[in-house]
Write a protein that binds this ligand. Structure first.
Ligand SMILES: Cc1cc2nc3c(=O)[nH]c(=O)nc-3n(C[C@H](O)[C@H](O)[C@H](O)COP(=O)(O)OP(=O)(O)OC[C@H]3O[C@@H](n4cnc5c(N)ncnc54)[C@H](O)[C@@H]3O)c2cc1C
Length: 407
């Protein structure tokens, strides 16, 4: 492959959201894509859920993938915000101003991954499980000056390798590909919040389709009515120092009691929901990346969380991963490497870094001190009134990418 030749094959590392959608989009672009996923086929478990916003769903629509997630999860077109005292601070539409029929959807993570992988398989993408990227191989001497000279090799921990014109690192927050591209790449930044959540077998009368967000006295709580009389919820608990895996395991032992104590002062149904939850998800740390300086080198590139993880508060990580997938496939469809990578980065960097910064700022609102809490609860109704008139996040959710456009 010479500098002017188009990409014909790609090895996509990571079978999460970014990896699977990228492989599907690359196939649409006429590029053969294989996915290499570190875990086994059945490793996803029940796990948490996530909300795919309309800009992400628009990508799925562009790739004719909406049918693949039909019947999964439920629509969540509205947020309401409450103080710990139960006072309604404001409400917001989550669907943006496009009015193009898309509605924000909340889906179990494992079900979303599975649906996307199944559809990728139907479209001819091969997904190889148990393949953990270890290193990036140089071309053997014998290949120099042959048609394979510019191809790249991914080497896996099981001793096997895969060769392709490009390697796409969609291997998430702890990306190995990121450090192969830049050994000095920053590590994720700790955001001082613990995450948790669960599925409660109780109907607390929450309005269907609404994510009820509570800025509690000690911590943040969100709950929503799910079909079948369940309530899905998550909580963010301030935690100044980053906990090690061992400390997280210790925290998990008394986790339900700690959560019940944390939300006891709030006049919302948080404690009822927590008590009605069988298995509460063990606490985990929150991270983001203000900036990953190098997204690509040679024939390798990182996308999705590997390039720009955002704190979950933005609710945009999955949608950004989907946008990345579409834009990278467009760029590789229309331009040779490295121009394709440069154009991809020019199209994506400003947008994703602004979303990460916004997510970090909003995470800060979840952990004010006692004075900050009073100011926040006084200010938020004004903020939400202004938001209802002119949403400041319209640029995020109204973003649309036409598959036919050139990057
Ligand atoms: C608590 C929490 C809540 C969230 N809520 C939301 C939400 O409501 N809405 C939203 O849009 N986003 C949310 N996000 C963010 C969202 O989950 C991520 O942004 C999204 O999953 C990123 O997709 P990805 O494909 O880049 O990474 P991932 O989905 O993490 O996929 C990476 C894949 O790569 C694999 N992998 C890792 N290392 C290797 C390796 N060395 N070799 C091969 N494979 C490897 C992993 O096994 C995994 O399958 C949340 C995140 C968290 C932590």
């Amino acid at each position: 492959m010479t500098k002017t030749q188009r990409t014909r094959t790609a090895a996509v590392i990571g079978g999460g959201i970014a990896g699977t959608v990228t492989a599907i989009a690359l196939r649409e672009a006429g590029i053969e894509a294989d996915v290499y996923e570190a875990y086994d086929y059945s490793a996803d478990g029940v796990g948490a859920y996530l909300t795919v916003q309309v800009n992400g769903l628009a990508v799925l629509r562009e790739l004719d993938l909406l049918r693949a997630i039909d019947g999964l999860g439920f629509d969540t077109p509205r947020f309401t915000f409450h103080s710990g005292a139960g006072k309604l601070l404001g409400s917001m539409d989550t669907t943006g101003s496009r009015g193009d029929g898309l509605v924000t959807r909340t889906i179990r993570r494992a079900e979303l991954y599975q649906a996307l992988r199944d559809e990728a398989g139907r479209r001819g993408v091969r997904i190889h499980y148990g393949k953990r990227l270890a290193s990036y191989g140089d071309r053997p001497e014998s290949y120099k000056d042959t048609e394979h000279a510019d191809r790249a090799t991914a080497r896996f921990t099981d001793g096997t390798a895969a060769e392709a014109d490009v390697l796409v690192g969609a291997d998430g927050l702890l990306s190995r590909m990121r450090t192969l591209i830049d050994p000095g790449a920053p590590r994720p930044r700790y955001v001082p919040l613990l995450n948790t959540g669960g599925y409660a077998g109780i109907d607390v009368g929450a309005e269907p389709g609404t994510m009820h967000m509570v800025f509690g006295r000690e911590a943040f709580f969100c709950y929503m009515a799910a079909p079948g009389g369940q309530t899905w919820w998550f909580a963010n608990v301030p935690q100044q120092a980053e906990l090690t895996p061992a400390q997280l395991a210790v925290a998990n032992e008394g986790w339900r009691d700690r959560l019940l104590r944390t939300f006891a002062p709030d006049r919302v149904p948080a404690t009822t929901i927590i008590q009605a939850t069988g298995d509460i998800l063990a606490p985990w740390n929150t991270y983001d990346f203000p900036r990953v300086p190098h997204w690509h080198r040679d024939r390798m590139i990182v996308i999705g969380d590997a390039a720009h993880a955002t704190s979950p508060t933005s609710g945009q990580g999955a949608s950004m991963a989907m946008e990345d997938a579409l834009v990278l496939a467009q760029a590789l469809r229309d331009h040779p490497v490295p121009e394709a990578f440069t154009r991809y980065e020019a199209a994506r960097r400003d947008r994703v870094e602004k979303i990460v910064a916004d997510g970090n700022k909003k995470s800060g609102e979840k952990m004010p001190g006692p004075v900050g809490r009073i100011v926040r609860d006084a200010m938020l109704p004004l903020v939400f009134r202004r938001e209802a008139r002119k949403p400041s996040t319209a640029w995020v959710v109204d973003h649309r990418i036409a598959w036919g456009a050139t990057v």
